[in-house]
Design a protein around this ligand. Structure first.
Ligand SMILES: [Zn+2]
Length: 281
């Protein structure tokens, strides 16, 4: 794991073991607000221990951007009494699939034996949550598309947006909805954050924010084009496997994960959806 200080009072922790997934901490005069935790227990414990030495070890609350294990598992390492804030659907999803997928993860890798699943204790559905902690104001807002439950945390005073997986080094919509994701990316463009902390990958600073968002919007539009083309030309579904990432305007995804596989899953998801819509008419 490595960590970076974005400002005096914002830390980003990045997993070297899993797809450069990020965990973020805001230091406020009323304690620390941590957003997401990394999946592997050793890394999560290091973060919790490090933060426990800041601000007299006082925490304010935890935020979970969405239910995926790489963001949720590490929460076990933080003090038990803390509230976890998320969208309603995040809690629902964890209730539905959390324990089963944790059992599978433990079978594949016993280091997950240590993980205890924690459920969100404060949730919201429509609108936003305004969180005031000492000198800082945070807006928790819906950023769906990667998943239906994904939320972001916007730190107003410095215009820093933690996006969850609404923004990541390759947009992934196979467990979500690409149209919703496109809307979300446009909405983030309009918010025009000064700094964007993605779910996976490096922190994006001022001049880069709009450029990167345009790149991801363009990527998803091209994914849709490719899917439409396969459908229109009645090509076999399997040909989607041969469409390279570059065709959709992304060159290299520095996450250390199988980006081609994720990219193909994106096109397949869009294709299946468009086909179902066509067949229904
Ligand atoms: Zn995710």
């Amino acid at each position: 794991m490595y960590w970076e200080r974005v400002t005096e009072e914002i830390y980003v922790f990045t997993s070297e073991r899993y797809a450069l997934v990020n965990s973020v901490a805001f230091l406020t005069t009323e304690g620390i607000i941590a957003v997401d935790a990394l999946p592997f227990p050793a890394e999560a414990r290091m973060i919790a221990a490090f933060l426990g030495q800041q601000r007299d070890g006082r925490f304010h609350s935890l935020v979970l951007t969405h239910y995926h294990m790489d963001h949720a598992y590490g929460l076990f390492a933080f003090p038990d009494h803390l509230d976890i804030i998320s969208h309603d659907l995040c809690r629902q999803k964890l209730l539905e699939v959390g324990e089963t997928s944790l059992m599978e993860a433990r079978q594949n890798d016993p280091t997950f034996d240590e993980v205890q699943l924690r459920l969100p204790t404060i949730t919201f559905n429509e609108g936003e949550i305004l969180l005031r902690a000492g000198d800082k104001t945070f807006r928790l807002l819906r950023l769906p598309g990667h998943t239906a439950d994904n939320i972001g945390v916007f730190y107003e005073e410095e215009r820093v947006l933690v996006t969850g997986d609404a923004v990541m080094a390759i947009p992934i919509i196979a467990d979500g909805d690409w149209r919703q994701e496109l809307q979300t990316l446009h909405a983030i463009k309009e918010m025009a954050p000064e700094t964007m902390i993605q779910g996976h990958g490096e922190v994006i600073l001022r001049g880069e924010v709009q450029v990167i968002l345009d790149r991801y919007i363009n990527y998803l539009e091209r994914v849709e084009e490719q899917a439409r083309q396969v459908l229109a030309e009645d090509k076999p579904r399997i040909t989607i496997r041969d469409i390279p990432l570059e065709t959709c305007g992304l060159e290299r995804v520095p996450l250390g994960i199988a980006s081609h596989r994720l990219h193909v899953a994106n096109i397949l998801t869009v294709y299946d959806c468009l086909k179902a819509e066509r067949d229904a008419t």
